[in-house]
Design a protein around this ligand. Structure first.
Ligand SMILES: [Zn+2]
Ligand SMILES: [Zn+2]
Length: 480
């Protein structure tokens, strides 16, 4: 088999590749303004730029085509691109693909801010690709271009006969996009991403060269696909009906008639794959509205705890729980449909003691964004997450549930203790990344979007967990 040398060169965020067999081609055209970098890289690699005869653009996002015109001028190479995306290069368009994970949504928000600063020159596409395979033999490379839509609808991959696959953004690996190899966090059609991957794996892809970050073994993707089919298609436990419910969902509630229905409905959707295996326990706290009736109408177990102490209220609900797995959620939050499937999947691996989730606010403002950053930093410092806790009931009981001596930050304390306990059992505390909760912004509505950031003293006292006065002001005596 003809040997092909693979030389990565980083142009902006884009990791381009120079492939040298009997002939030389380049994959991807780098971010905008990378001409000088490109020349220097060529010099360093001792490659004559004029030897490059073809530049294959994996897709039309600006971070992959920004320097295509400059590189074309330097090399004299032809540019190949799928017909569905040639307009993006010929008219300098810069669409942002839809996010398909929670982090994708956040990342996209950040990108939107910077996008107006991005400019790149248009140029013509010389070789227009369609959905058919195209051999690279005429360019002296033993391999072919394969149509692999999904991340964008005009994405292509280059698969060498050796099994080396250059996939653009069909896979992502590494910070800041992902923490490890996996499917992209942005995609026009995530189902097509999976289909394209099946095609590439069937065709013999062995090593994956993504456009952002380092190469990895294709086996990692095979695992992701298997895992997701398992998670989404046929949740474990669907056919088993236990005497003991699998899940107990605990909700503390004080005058929550406005929010509780949405929370309970989200639990009902998430519980669909687990018929008769999900119980809900609502701990009502000094309610003067219809909270208790609403809970009962939805078939929840109701317990009473009137203490101005969130830990006591949550523990009261836990005492009435009979499920194998404890899940906590606040009445003014709601969970994504796949939450219980994800919790089920993670706990079944035996690797995790439990953990928290990603929390999205129901609306955004600069004040809310800044507050989220502050809270994230606090959680990051302790390397935990919160929002919704999930763990086995036996582990919940082993650590004594929530600490009733605290009138605030009982959640942070719980997370830290659960994590420490898990470590002693060689199981990790983790954050669910594929499911999330959304939470109301009523605290911001009442106190103002900048309240927490402006009131450092109050925050400091709340973080001690022992100031009843501040906890009353901020939690227990808020008018509802
Ligand atoms: Zn892309
Ligand atoms: Zn990209």
């Amino acid at each position: 088999m003809m040997r092909v040398s693979i030389r990565p060169i980083k142009l902006g965020a884009d990791r381009c590749y120079i492939l040298q067999g009997e002939g030389t081609i380049m994959i991807d055209g780098g971010g905008p303004g990378q001409a000088v970098r490109f020349r220097k890289a060529m010099e360093k690699l001792c490659i004559d730029p004029r030897s490059i005869r073809l530049i294959v653009l994996t897709h039309g996002h600006w971070d992959h085509i920004g320097s295509a015109r400059d590189i074309q001028e330097i090399t004299g190479a032809k540019i190949a691109m799928h017909q569905r995306e040639k307009d993006l290069l010929e008219k300098s368009l810069k669409p942002l693909p839809p996010a398909v994970t929670v982090w994708g949504h956040i990342f996209k928000r950040i990108m939107t801010v910077f996008l107006p600063l991005v400019h790149f020159p248009p140029t013509n596409v010389d070789v227009v690709l369609d959905n058919d395979e195209r051999s690279l033999a005429e360019y002296g490379i033993p391999g072919r271009i394969i149509y692999t839509p999904g991340h964008s609808l005009g994405s292509v991959s280059i698969l060498l006969d050796t099994g080396d696959a250059f996939v653009g953004d069909l896979a992502m690996n590494g910070f800041p996009l992902r923490l490890g190899p996996g499917l992209p966090i942005f995609a026009e059609d995530i189902q097509k991403v999976r289909e394209s991957w099946k095609l590439l794996l069937d065709q013999g892809a062995k090593t994956v060269y993504p456009a952002h970050w380092k190469p990895f073994a294709a086996e990692a993707i095979r695992k992701v696909l298997l895992c997701q089919e398992f998670g989404e298609g046929q949740p474990l436990g669907r056919h088993q009906v236990d005497a003991m419910p699998r899940f107990s969902i605990l909700i503390p509630a004080r005058n929550e008639e406005q929010f509780l229905p949405r929370c309970l409905e989200s639990i009902q959707s998430a519980a669909e794959p687990f018929p008769n295996q999900v119980e809900v326990v609502v701990a009502v706290n000094r309610c003067t509205d219809r909270t208790e009736q609403i809970a009962a109408e939805h078939g929840a177990t109701v317990v009473h705890e009137d203490a101005k102490c969130m830990a006591k209220i949550r523990n009261a609900a836990a005492k009435a729980a009979s499920g194998e797995i404890i899940v906590t959620i606040d009445a003014d939050s709601w969970m994504s449909r796949n939450m219980l499937v994800e919790i089920d999947r993670l706990l079944r691996t035996g690797k995790y003691v439990g953990g928290g989730v990603i929390v999205l606010p129901e609306r955004w403002s600069l004040g809310i964004l800044a507050t989220c950053v502050m809270i994230s930093l606090l959680l990051l410092r302790h390397r935990v997450s919160a929002g919704l806790f999930w763990c086995r009931r036996e582990d919940f009981e082993a650590i004594g549930g929530f600490n009733e001596e605290l009138v605030s930050v009982e959640d942070l304390d719980f997370a830290k203790r659960l994590k420490a306990y898990g470590r002693s059992k060689e199981r990790r505390f983790t954050t669910i990344a594929r499911a999330h909760i959304t939470t109301s912004c009523r605290k911001f509505d009442i106190f103002g979007d900048w309240h927490l950031l402006k009131s450092r003293e109050i925050v400091r006292r709340i973080l001690t967990g022992r100031s009843q006065k501040d906890a009353d002001h901020f939690y227990y005596d808020v008018k509802r």
